[in-house]
Design a protein around this ligand. Structure first.
Ligand SMILES: [Zn+2]
Length: 245
């Protein structure tokens, strides 16, 4: 299991910030969630069912276990009904420490038609070069068995589309999760527009390999995380006193 170096207070502020950023960027609406595995490995932070995604605060996050049960958090707050997305994927994939689930309409459109798969077309989408599975069951992931089925659909990949429903994005930490979410939806938007213009040219295997070889993820993620934090702080979407970097 990869463990996070972040402390719980910092993870709380990162989860709250990531949720507000996804909301401000138009990726996450009134529903959806961000989770982060706590350092002990078998607990995670997540928003409650009804906390506004535009104003999540660190102290109102819940701690849940890998059965999806609330273990601590303010009285009266309950986990989201789809908490099992997070509990079951974190249980199945020790390499994953952060998960986002949202319902981005245009990206979901690729699950509504036949013979039009969501494939990597932009350079930063090579993260998903090994495939973007589609989970065929559009139901809310509202019990552990449904969560396990979704985790099976995800398999070893870094994202899964839920047909007629939304997306699940996975990463090793919260900054990487935000940037992956941005690139995943950017790629879907680019592919959608490319289909409108004409015959789509996918990235070749050689081009994907070359980009993987040259790409410096350890520089790219902090640069973009800083950019989105800085931009949101200037807009008043994030407080200035959170420890986010
Ligand atoms: Zn959902």
């Amino acid at each position: 299991m990869t463990t996070t170096n972040s402390t719980e207070p910092k993870l709380r502020e990162q989860v709250a910030a990531c949720t507000r950023l996804l909301n401000d960027l138009g990726l996450m609406g009134y529903s959806g969630h961000v989770s982060a595995r706590l350092p002990e490995g078998d607990r995670f932070l997540i928003q409650s069912f009804d906390q506004s995604r535009a104003s999540v605060v660190p102290e109102r996050l819940l701690i849940c276990d890998l059965a999806g049960e609330k273990r601590s958090g303010p009285d009266g707050l309950r986990p989201p009904s789809e908490v099992y997305i997070h509990s079951e994927i974190l249980a199945a994939r020790p390499d994953i420490n952060a998960i986002a689930h949202f319902h981005h309409d245009l990206t979901t459109t690729f699950t509504l038609v036949e013979d039009m798969p969501l494939v990597p077309i932009k350079n930063h989408s090579v993260r998903w070069a090994d495939g973007i599975p589609v989970h065929d069951d559009p139901s809310h992931v509202s019990d552990p068995a449904l969560g396990r089925a979704l985790a099976a659909s995800l398999g070893p990949h870094h994202a899964v589309q839920i047909r007629a429903h939304g997306q699940v994005i996975t990463a090793e930490d919260i900054p990487s999760l935000l940037i992956a979410s941005v690139h995943f939806t950017e790629n879907a938007e680019a592919l959608y527009r490319a289909h409108l213009l004409g015959k789509v040219r996918a990235l070749s295997a050689a081009e994907i390999d070359a980009f993987h070889h040259d790409f410096k993820r350890d520089r790219h993620v902090p640069k973009l995380w800083h950019y989105y934090i800085d931009r949101a702080t200037a807009k008043g979407i994030l407080p200035t006193d959170w420890e986010l970097e």
